[in-house]
Ligand binder design. Structure first.
Ligand SMILES: [Zn+2]
Length: 307
C-alpha cells in the first residue's frame, strides 16, 4: 500500500491507500495551525513516521503547491510563515522514513487521480480542466502526466482572452480565469448589472439557480462564460488533440446544461479534420477524493518505476 499526502492551504491530509481496497485510513493536520514552516514540516514528518510504523507503506506521493520539478522543491508562498523557503520534501522524507517519495504540483495531481480512478481509465490521452475559484488544467498523454520541463505545464487559466482587460491574481491582464472561474462569473455578472464590485454579486450557485429559473442576466452571464471557455478549448485541442476534455471542480458539477454550448463553440473553432473527435465529459470523482487519490496515484506510479 501507499501513502498519499495533499498539502492544502487549510489542511494537510494523509491517506493510506491499498491498490485494491482503496482508502484504508486518513489523518489530517491544520496547515496554518503551525508557528513556522519548520514546525509544520516537523509535524508532517511525525504523522508520516506514525503511519509508516502502523502500515507497510511502499511509497509516498505528495500533491504540493508551487512544486518545481526542476529543483525538486516546493515553496508554499501563500502560507503565513516568515521562514518559508524552497524545500525538498521528497529528500527529507526519504531520509526520515526510508520510503521512496515523489511530489507533484497539486493542480496536476487531479489528472493522476482521473487517470487511475476516473474517466481516464477509458481514454489514454486527456486534458482535465478544474473550474473552481480559479481555472487549472492537467495533461495526460498516453497514460503519463505531462507536466513540462519544470512541473508547471497546464497553466491554461493564464492564457489570454481577446478584448478582456481584467487584471488577474497573477498580475497579468485578460487571463482566461478572470472570466471562467467562480470569481470570473461574479465579475461578468457585476459588469452586466453595473455593480460597484464583484464582491456584491450573488454567489455562483445562486447565479446558476437563477439562470435555471429563467433570469435573463444570470443566463447571459453563464452563456458568455461558457462560450469563452469553448473557444479557448479549441486552442488546446489544436495543439494537443486529446481524446477527451474532462471537467472537474465545484463549477463543473453544474456544467451539464451548458455542455452543449461549450462543445458547439469549441467545435465551431476547430479545423475541419479535428471536428467530432473529442469527448467532453464531467468527472464523477468527488473533489475530496481527488485531492488524496491524485498523490496516491503518484505513489503507485513510483512503485511501478521501482519494481
Ligand atoms: Zn493570470
Amino acid at each position: 500500500m501507499v501513502l498519499g499526502i495533499d498539502i492544502g492551504g487549510t489542511n494537510t491530509e494523509f491517506a493510506v491507500v491499498d491498490s485494491t481496497k482503496g482508502i484504508l485510513h486518513t489523518e489530517k493536520i491544520k496547515t496554518k495551525g503551525h508557528d513556522s514552516f519548520l514546525n509544520y514540516i516537523e509535524n508532517l514528518t511525525d504523522v508520516v513516521k506514525l503511519l509508516s510504523s502502523n502500515y507497510s507503506i511502499s511509497s509516498i506521493g505528495i500533491g504540493a503547491p508551487n512544486f518545481d520539478s526542476y529543483s525538486n522543491t516546493f515553496s508554499p508562498v501563500n502560507f503565513p510563515w516568515s521562514d518559508v523557503a524552497p524545500f525538498n520534501l521528497a529528500k527529507h522524507l526519504e531520509h526520515e522514513v526510508c520510503i521512496p517519495t515523489s511530489v507533484v504540483n497539486d493542480a496536476n495531481a487531479v489528472a493522476l487521480a482521473e487517470n487511475r480512478y476516473g474517466i481516464g481509465r477509458s481514454v489514454n490521452s486527456f486534458v482535465i480542466i478544474t473550474i473552481g475559484t480559479g481555472l487549472g488544467a492537467g495533461i495526460v498523454i498516453n497514460n503519463k502526466l505531462f507536466d513540462g520541463s519544470y512541473g508547471y505545464a497546464g497553466e491554461f487559466g493564464h492564457t489570454k482572452v481577446e478584448n478582456i482587460d481584467r487584471t488577474c491574481n497573477c498580475g497579468g491582464v485578460g487571463c482566461l480565469e478572470t472570466v471562467v472561474s467562480a470569481n470570473g462569473i461574479k465579475r461578468t455578472y457585476a459588469k452586466k448589472m453595473n455593480l460597484s464590485s464583484p464582491e456584491v454579486s450573488p454567489v455562483v450557485r445562486t447565479i446558476f439557480e437563477e439562470a435555471r429559473k429563467g433570469d435573463k442576466i444570470c443566463t447571459e452571464t453563464l452563456e458568455y462564460t461558457f462560450q469563452v471557455l469553448g473557444k479557448k478549448l479549441s486552442d488546446l485541442i489544436h495543439v494537443l488533440t486529446p481524446e477527451a476534455i474532462i471537467f472537474c471542480g465545484n463549477i463543473s458539477k453544474s456544467l451539464d446544461i451548458y455542455m452543449p454550448l461549450v462543445k458547439k463553440e469549441c467545435e465551431r473553432n476547430l479545423l475541419n479534420n479535428m471536428r467530432g473527435k473529442t469527448k467532453y465529459m464531467i468527472s464523477e470523482l468527488l473533489d475530496r477524493q481527488m485531492n488524496l487519490l491524485g498523490p496516491a496515484s503518484l505513489a503507485f506510479n513510483k512503485k511501478l518505476d521501482f519494481a
